[in-house]
Structure formats: C-alpha cells, structure tokens
Write a protein that binds this ligand. Sequence first.
Ligand SMILES: [Zn+2]
Length: 74
Amino acid sequence: MPRPEAKLCFPKQQLLDAFLQAVHEVVELQDQQMTHFVEGGGGFERIDLAIEAARKKRDTARRLYVLHFTADGC
Ligand SMILES: [Zn+2]
C-alpha cells in the first residue's frame, strides 16, 4: 500500500507498523480487561498474561525501531 507521507525507508516503516500494531494490541487487551471487570467476568489472569505478552512485544518492537535509526542513521 503506497503511503503519500512515506519518507521512511522500508524496514523502518515495517518496524514502525509493528510497533503501532503492538501498541494497539495492548490497548485492545486493556479495554477487554476493563469490560470484563465491569461485567464481573472471570479470566483476569488469562487477560493479564496476554497483556504482559503484548507489552513485551511492544517493547521489543520499540527497541528494534530505535535500533534501526541509531544503527543505520535513518
Ligand atoms: Zn532505514
């Protein structure tokens, strides 16, 4: 998909997409957890674990993104 504002090199764009996707995932899971809480449902530990995993994924994606421009300077 062409992006009119694309000034990022391709790998950087991919890393950024992965990061944004991971951020979205964390937010989505937190929403789910909130809904569960309000509705008095169970499964908190399962959602907690999923959030934990999503956060790790997000942090890894952020590190890779930062690494790209510190290593390649772009
Ligand atoms: Zn680059």
